[in-house]
Design a binder for this molecule. Sequence first.
Ligand SMILES: Nc1nc2c(ncn2[C@@H]2O[C@H](COP(=O)(O)OP(=O)(O)OP(=O)(O)O)[C@@H](O)[C@H]2O)c(=O)[nH]1
Ligand SMILES: [Mg+2]
Length: 385
Amino acid sequence: MLELALVGAPNSGKSTFFKAATLKDVKIAPYPFTTLEPNEGLAYVTAKCVCAELGTKCIHCIDNVRFVPVKLWDVAGLVPEAHLGKGRGNEFLTDVMKASGFIQIVDASGRTDSEGNPSQEFDPSKTVGMLEKELDYWLLSLIKKDWRAIQQDADFSKTIAARLSGLGFSEGVVKRTAEKLGAGKGSEDLLLLDFLSALRKQAKPAVIAANKCDVRGARSNLEKMRSEFSEYPAIPTSAEIELALKEASKEEMIEYTPGNSSIKIISEDKMNQKQKFAVSFMSEFLKEHGSTGVQQCLNTLVFELLDMIVVYPVADVHKFTDKHGNVLPDAYLMKKGSTALDLAFAIHQDFGHKFIAAVDARTGRNVSANYVLQNNDVLSIKSGK
Ligand SMILES: Nc1nc2c(ncn2[C@@H]2O[C@H](COP(=O)(O)OP(=O)(O)OP(=O)(O)O)[C@@H](O)[C@H]2O)c(=O)[nH]1
Ligand SMILES: [Mg+2]
């Protein structure tokens, strides 16, 4: 399953974002280093389900919105000089670096500094710079010792990729970055840190969740982050509002679908004055920003930066069901350019090894192993015994 990680300074709202996205009950508190052990849970990206188009109905979508699971990590916050052992965040960078992409949770309100302590008018762009530096220095610590030898290695990309293979840095991505920067044999002048930084950006795409945008003053900080770090999409976010909306929806006070720009009040009489005020404040936020930003961060990272598409494997190509009669039981996230054979392997190693063909449920035609998957494909994989 696709893995994503939340990275950020302490007290920025990582666990609030995590709880809002996964509904796992984790500790949230207004001081640094609340989270010490990593939290791991299921979050969802949303896509238009194919069931309506196919003239059928599945039980996995709400109003034709399909929720596709991804694994999400929430770890201890990173502080300046984490690479020298400060704080706790550095201990979990292996978990973080294994993820395919990051959501950088930044307190955009300027009310906490890069160490997670209360502040007034702190510039959150500094925190983004700090996070980048700590991630890059951590990578540096893995390679630094042998850099001179590696740089002279004829198999430069292969060697770097092998060093970082457990963290999902493929040879292809290392090669592309090396070619772009002219790194490799004979390029002694290239700074290792610049190379690793470019490699991280290429291999581990990130969005910035400009969190706490419900606090006055966040807007100008968001604009500053956007201009200073234009390579990352920065999304105005309120993890706290997303969490409150999900909880109110669970209590059946309101109707709310994650990612939506509005909420529907179900039973006003169930709410006290304070709750009514909160709902109206949250509705205003949604009106101004289009959403709470939580779903948008997940979707932007997965569909735009990681280039994923959604594919539906089925057993029965006429009824679009599995062998138990469940309609469109699974939705898989696959990298654009993946083939029918890649999908077979993603379902089960055996399916991949014994692949015979795949049937496109829309046309009823067989497609071969190297057929390039299209978004919303509904396929049945045929494999040998
Ligand atoms: N106003 C506002 N406050 C928020 C938001 N998200 C989180 N907070 C508050 O920020 C504080 C820290 O939240 P946490 O989720 O514990 O932060 P964290 O990044 O996990 O902190 P550590 O585990 O210490 O690294 C809590 O008081 C939250 O209620 C938000 O969107 N808006
Ligand atoms: Mg936390």
